[in-house]
Design a protein around this ligand. Sequence first.
Ligand code: AFP
Length: 343
Amino acid sequence: MQDLENCLNHDKASAELKSVVTTLIDVTKEIAFAVRQGALAGVLGSAQVENVQGETQKKLDVIANDLLKSALSENSCVRALASEEEEHVVALHQSGKYIVAFDPLDGSSNIDINGQIGTIFTIYPALENVAADSPAQFFQLGKNQLCAGYVLYGASTLLVLTSGGPTRCFTLDPHSNEWVLTNAQLQVPQNTQEFSINMANQRFWSDNFKRYVADLLLGETGVRGKRFNMRWNAAMVGDVHRVLTRGGIFMYPNDNRNPRQPAKLRLLYEANPMALLIENAGGKACSEAMNKIQRILEITPESLHQRVSVVLGSANEVDICNTYLFKRDQQAEPVLIENDEAY
Ligand code: AFP
């Protein structure tokens, strides 16, 4: 079995980059341990404070954020960090070559129900001419990410990582506490019969988006001519992991619940790392904004906690979804893709 270091060497990661990856994933082992202990370690429940997003933090959100922040602070290769739980950029080492962004605990609403949760992270090159504490350090295109990954604290603890090469999956061996490569190249099937969306928001979506999902629901009786199943984990890590494992389309579209905040997912530490993992596994990842559909990895970030709509997964299904979104003011007719067969 190959280990993580071999994989990073294969992708020509520098010694400094490897040290940042190691710092991150060593901390996730500690988080995994706290997750496994659960109520026994008193880590469940609310921390009774709000984060910058206005969400009430869970104890585990705070614990995971503090562990990551403290470990990265000790790594001289890290110039700055950004976290879902931190309002501002945290400046670290002036000579550090890398910047790191993370969602310390994705899927917080699953913590107390023993559901899937995870840590999402991404590493970019530090910008030499930009101050370490400036958010502009992080206003880089997602395609500049040097490494992106997540750790899924599920039935097994899994690390899914890309560092320029393929998207790989490692499993934390509970005996040795080491990451073991268990899938050297995740590959998202091009077609799918599974979609993932929070249907409770349906009435807030655009008409074109409603039409796309309505046609999925019509299944074999509608224009799509095949039955679709639905899954929703309320944790992007869990939903994206399913897509990486067996295909699917994951969507968190814009909606009009709050006109000042049409999207929910954060570009920097949710959409971008997941988009890179999906693309390097042969899938597609797009976002709809200002009447156009963009590859997520080509969105220019304008603020640290910027939110974007997300459609990602099986390439042909993402294309079909986009044909509905494009046809703004008319009855959208999907362009069916030739090899869109039921599997
Ligand atoms: P939390 O980490 O704040 O619980 O949010 C999780 C998340 O950002 C993403 O992981 C899920 O896909 C999405 O929100 C779930 O959102 P809904 O609760 O609106 O379904």
